[in-house]
Design a protein around this ligand. Structure first.
Ligand code: PMP
Length: 325
């Protein structure tokens, strides 16, 4: 039996058959690069979906790559400001490249963003990176007013990572046209159920667009065709989200009944304070994978993605087995 994967914030549902068939069609041309016209079509579909003009769209093989590229391009000579916790590979990349790094602590139980603290830091050239909603807390950290307050400082570049935006419904994508110093990073890997395809995109203000003018990230044809087919009719995404949110609320309630502290989430995962140091390995022994945050962040905290109802049931009964309740 393969393990139940609740450790990588994936959607547990396959995309529609037509999307899988499109990916398969791409595989039959394995000797070819993707056609630039198909890449353009994908950009157009992303622009329509995001309600942003096509000139502002940059496509990439996963959004992780875009974040890394941005950090490489803009860390030099700037102070880099990132929340802690935040998307862990971005933190690692920032640690590697930033000459001056400021980490804004999100402190339990509220995980509130200290805006005054950020504003105080903005008197020098800065690159600010914020997940909205945040991974792993699941919390919404920004609204348009806060985004505006930050980007009206001309020497600041703001990157908003909206990997989970479809779950929160909150975005500042429409602001990239007006603000050259704003970029929004998104992905089809999560809510579209395309993690295996690795399709990310940037909705970029002018400063970012200029920097990305020589960036050419072609995609494997299978990924490209799958993404095009998914975006042509993306009604299935809404269903993924509805099912996930319904399950998220059920799992959250049951975990609270067990006695764990569960934090409100605007994503497809939950942050849980269990206080049990080896809960991750106990669950792994039962073929359930979750993410233990003790090495990345804090002891006693885990992050669990929302699976299918059956997977969630197995997760919950495994927890009860570990606790003997
Ligand atoms: N940003 C955040 C906040 C994430 O949680 C993730 C994936 N876990 C990513 C970016 C990267 O997503 P991908 O590279 O699959 O597009």
């Amino acid at each position: 039996m393969s393990p139940i994967k609740l450790n990588m914030n994936e959607i547990p549902y396959l995309p529609p058959q037509r999307v899988i068939e499109a990916a398969q069609k791409g595989l039959s041309n394995l000797n070819r690069y993707a056609d630039p016209e198909d890449l353009e079509l994908l950009r157009k579909l992303i622009a329509d979906y995001s309600k942003v003009p096509i000139e502002h769209v940059v496509v990439s093989a996963g959004s992780n790559l875009l974040l890394k590229e941005i950090i490489h391009m803009f860390s030099k000579g700037r102070s880099v400001i990132i929340t802690n916790p935040s998307f862990f590979p971005a933190i690692q990349c920032v640690k590697q490249y930033a000459t001056k790094l400021t980490r804004i602590q999100l402190v339990p139980p509220g995980f509130n963003l200290n805006l005054d603290f950020i504003i105080n830091e903005l008197n020098e050239s800065s690159l600010v990176i914020i997940d909205n909603p945040d991974n792993p807390t699941g919390k919404i950290l920004l609204d348009k007013g806060v985004v505006k307050t930050i980007i009206e400082n001309k020497n600041v570049l703001l990157v908003v990572d909206e990997a989970y935006f479809e779950f929160s419904g909150i975005t500042c994508a429409d602001m990239v046209k007006r603000y050259p110093n704003l970029a929004v990073v998104r992905t089809l890997d999560k809510s579209f159920g395309l993690a295996g395809a690795r399709v990310g995109y940037l909705l970029a203000g002018k400063i970012f667009l200029d920097a990305f003018s020589t960036f050419y990230a072609s995609l494997p044809q299978s990924s490209l065709y799958a993404a095009i087919e998914a975006l042509k009719d993306h009604r299935y995404v809404k269903k993924n989200i509805e099912l996930t949110i319904k399950e998220r609320e059920r799992v959250s309630k049951e975990l609270e009944e067990i006695g764990f502290q569960v934090y409100p989430s605007s994503t497809n995962f939950l942050l849980i304070r269990t206080g049990i140091p080896d809960i991750g390995s106990e669950l792994k022994d039962r073929d359930v994978l979750i993410l233990d945050l003790s090495t990345q962040w804090l002891q006693g905290f885990v992050r669990v993605s929302i699976g299918t109802p059956k997977e969630n049931d197995i997760f919950l009964s495994s927890i009860r087995e570990v606790l003997k309740v």
